[in-house]
Ligand binder design. Structure first.
Ligand SMILES: NC(=O)c1ccc[n+]([C@@H]2O[C@H](COP(=O)([O-])OP(=O)(O)OC[C@H]3O[C@@H](n4cnc5c(N)ncnc54)[C@H](O)[C@@H]3O)[C@@H](O)[C@H]2O)c1
Length: 429
């Protein structure tokens, strides 16, 4: 099939490359010329394991193309995926990028096409897109389908190629048949194809993300209780997770959830609730609890340091919101590092995906390896759960005698740390 992905970020690029690998002719479009120039040379602008090889392979096979020419890319395609960002604006999903794309589609609708929203968009967005495209000239020339994306950064290729489910929202039999054909190779591998209404598909995505954010927030609050009652939250998570109705995933206590999806999607869902006069009080309180979490951890840091943060060297191991990605959007480090700087700390950090331009203060230093970043540390904060932070010999990597470790990911055993006489603090233990 001839496919056009509009927006070549995490979602558009990964799904475009994967669709081309399944034998489709795919053009990934972006307004950002620099991204497209790089991609045409096989250079990947984001960090995503395995993506480089996949893109280069399909570029060579001449079934994956990158372009800034939105008009011709739309005209030559049968299925147009909208994959642009839907960031938060005034606590709602900002849809101007989506609607700009729809305007381009409208002026290039030369024959029947399926217009698919892969971007996460609020309930009724598909209806609005349909209204925008409708005209006497465009009769029977399009169907608007919702096909939310569930991939996770860091595991995006595997998630796309082996999905738990493919959700397709449309009332058009024709569009459903074509979408099912497109996804058939993935369904054959065990992915469940779920055909539903367009509005349902839109809400499934938000409800799923809000539920996962709720699970994380729930265990984070239980961790707060564990810290005060001398209980290990890891044992609570195991005990809870063994109940199949609950399941153990997303029950890992840690810092506030971040990333490009949960913070914005929970807010957008509350806004959808407002639109339909429905009070989503659980989601609201999840947002509220998560917003407060970085401050709670900062207070703990003050306590660990006996309220002496000024002129102390604090090292962050990892600054992204999770391992396997270079995405900094809404990472808790963006709140924690500036707050520590305001208190007079000197922050050093090591980040496996490289230097981050978000930290510009003269009191923030990037190091290219764990050892150099930790050498002068008074406090080491394990912020992101990269594998390379899981077996560190703290006494060897730091020269300070009275250094402390604050492990926000519970990577180490408290008893081992005690045995090694390391002043070690973690979450919910
Ligand atoms: N990142 C994820 O893990 C993830 C997972 C599932 C769903 N989503 C959803 O997918 C959507 C895209 O997310 P992302 O992380 O890929 O965003 P992104 O910011 O990485 O990429 C969006 C791209 O769209 C481009 N763009 C904007 N306007 C354009 C236009 N008019 N024409 C062509 N290109 C244009 C931008 O230049 C950018 O490169 C969002 O709605 C997001 O919520 C993201």
């Amino acid at each position: 099939m001839k496919i056009c992905m509009i927006g070549s970020g995490y979602v558009g690029l990964v799904s475009g490359a994967c669709f081309s690998d399944l034998g489709n002719m795919v053009t990934c479009v972006d307004v950002n010329k620099e991204i497209i120039e790089k991609l045409n040379r096989g250079i990947i602008p984001i960090y995503e394991p395995g993506l480089q090889e996949l893109v280069v392979r399909n570029l060579k096979k001449k079934r994956l193309f990158f372009s800034t020419d939105i008009s011709s890319s739309i005209k030559k395609s049968d299925i147009i995926f909208i994959c642009v960002g839907t960031p938060t604006k005034n606590n709602k999903a900002e849809l101007k990028y989506v609607f700009n794309v729809v305007k381009s589609i409208k002026s290039n609708l030369n024959r029947y096409k399926i217009i698919v929203t892969k971007s996460t968009v609020p309930v009724t967005t598909g209806d609005k897109i349909q209204n925008m495209l409708e005209s006497s000239k465009n009769k029977n020339k399009f169907d608007v389908v919702s096909n939310p994306e569930f991939l996770r950064e860091g595991e995006a290729l595997r998630d796309f190629q082996f999905p738990d489910r493919v959700v397709i929202g449309t009332s058009s039999k024709k569009a459903n048949k074509i979408m099912k054909r497109l996804y058939l190779p993935l369904i054959k591998k065990g992915g469940r194809y779920f055909h539903t209404s367009r509005r349902s598909a839109e809400l499934i995505k938000y409800a799923s993300n809000a539920f996962l954010a709720t699970k994380i927030t729930f265990i984070n609050e239980i961790a707060n209780l564990c810290e005060k009652s001398n209980i290990d939250v890891k044992e609570i998570a195991i005990g809870m997770g063994l109940d199949e109705r609950i399941g153990g995933r997303f029950l890992r206590a840690g810092p506030a959830y971040g990333g490009s999806c949960f913070p914005k999607d929970t807010r957008a869902l509350v806004a959808t609730g407002r639109m339909f006069n429905t009070n989503l009080s659980v989601v609201k309180s999840v947002i509220n609890s998560n917003d407060k979490r970085s401050n709670l951890l900062l207070n703990k840091i003050s306590k660990i340091m006996n309220n002496k943060i000024k002129n102390k060297n604090i090292t962050f191991l990892g600054v992204t919101f999770k391992p396997g990605t270079d995405d900094m959007r809404e990472s808790s480090s963006l709140k924690m590092i500036p707050a520590l700087l305001r208190k007079g700390a000197c922050v050093n950090y090591y980040e496996p995906t490289g230097k981050k331009k978000e930290f510009k203060s003269k009191n923030v230093n990037y190091f290219e390896n764990v050892k150099d970043a930790c050498k002068s540390a008074d406090l080491i904060i394990i912020h992101t759960e990269w594998n390379e932070f899981k077996q560190l010999n703290f006494k060897k990597i730091t020269k300070k005698r009275n250094f402390k470790v604050y492990d926000l990911r519970n990577l180490y055993s408290t008893s081992e740390m005690k045995k090694n006489k390391i002043s070690y603090f973690s979450i919910g233990r």
